[in-house]
Design a protein around this ligand. Structure first.
Ligand code: BGC
Length: 247
């Protein structure tokens, strides 16, 4: 069985059908740059284009970088603020003509990693952080997701963690790997002190460069690198949709 997974990000909107038994993409990923401004209408148009590209008519799982409950979008830290208080699920379902499940991007990445990747078979408390434009978080307790955690906004040294230690900070401030890893370690230490996880999974675009920074990270908990890199959102969204729509 296949479900179409779509990942809405700040720079690109990507989609591919996903095999639910293996987590493999069954066709090449299709990517369209995120329209600017990324208003609900403009983004919905791109999501529809991706749906049409795959000639898709079934269920769709879609990520969005915000707090989402029952399709309703509550926050917009790194996206156009006109998304706040919109039911993103209704909008995308109407535009695409398909049943859509919308969920937080880091939650989707976490679901993918827990099912097919670095978190597979890991019991206890697992925390995944995605390092990209912001810092996403997802927490699993005995494999069960606690949705919509927003630990990227935890304050460290009077600043939100995602404004200090995201991948964007590394680029924009020209931080060397060591300096960036120092900030990430501060963040992980705080998370550890508050939540005492067994494992941290490091995901997001930065996970591709693990050889540059993994040896610099340090925590009482295990630290592992996500396996699915930029496909995790697509795969996790599809898995979540399969559960919701029982397909
Ligand atoms: C948002 C989260 C999102 C994370 C990663 C944060 O700014 O508040 O909802 O998961 O960025 O995209």
């Amino acid at each position: 069985m296949e479900i179409l997974g779509i990942d809405i990000g700040g720079s690109g909107i990507k989609g591919a059908p996903v095999n639910m038994d293996t987590g493999a993409l069954t066709a090449a990923r299709y990517r369209i740059p995120t329209p600017q401004p990324a208003t609900p209408k403009a983004v919905a148009k791109v999501v529809t284009k991706i749906t049409q590209h795959f000639n898709w008519q079934g269920a769709i799982g879609c990520t969005f970088p915000a707090v989402i409950k029952n399709g309703h979008i509550y926050t917009a830290a790194n996206v156009d603020h006109s998304w706040i208080n919109i039911n993103g699920e209704s909008l995308l379902s109407t535009e695409t003509g398909c049943p859509v499940l919308l969920l937080n991007d880091a939650d989707a990445a976490g679901i993918a990693e827990m099912t097919f990747g670095a978190g597979k078979g890991r019991d206890g408390v697992v925390i995944i952080h995605t390092f990209g434009t912001g810092i996403g978080s997802a927490i699993f307790v005995k494999g069960q997701l606690v949705p919509n955690t927003e630990f990227g906004h935890l304050e460290i040294r009077c600043q939100e963690a995602e404004l200090r230690a995201s991948a964007r900070n590394k680029v924009e401030e020209g931080l060397k790997w060591k300096a960036w890893a120092y900030r990430v370690n501060e963040f992980l230490a705080r998370m550890d002190a508050l939540l005492w996880p067994d494992v941290f999974i490091i995901g997001g675009g930065i996970s591709r460069k693990q050889d540059k920074f993994l040896h610099l990270l340090d925590s009482r908990a295990d630290i592992v690198i996500a396996h699915m890199q930029n496909q995790a959102g697509i795969i996790g969204a599809a898995l979540a949709a399969a559960q919701r729509f029982h397909t």
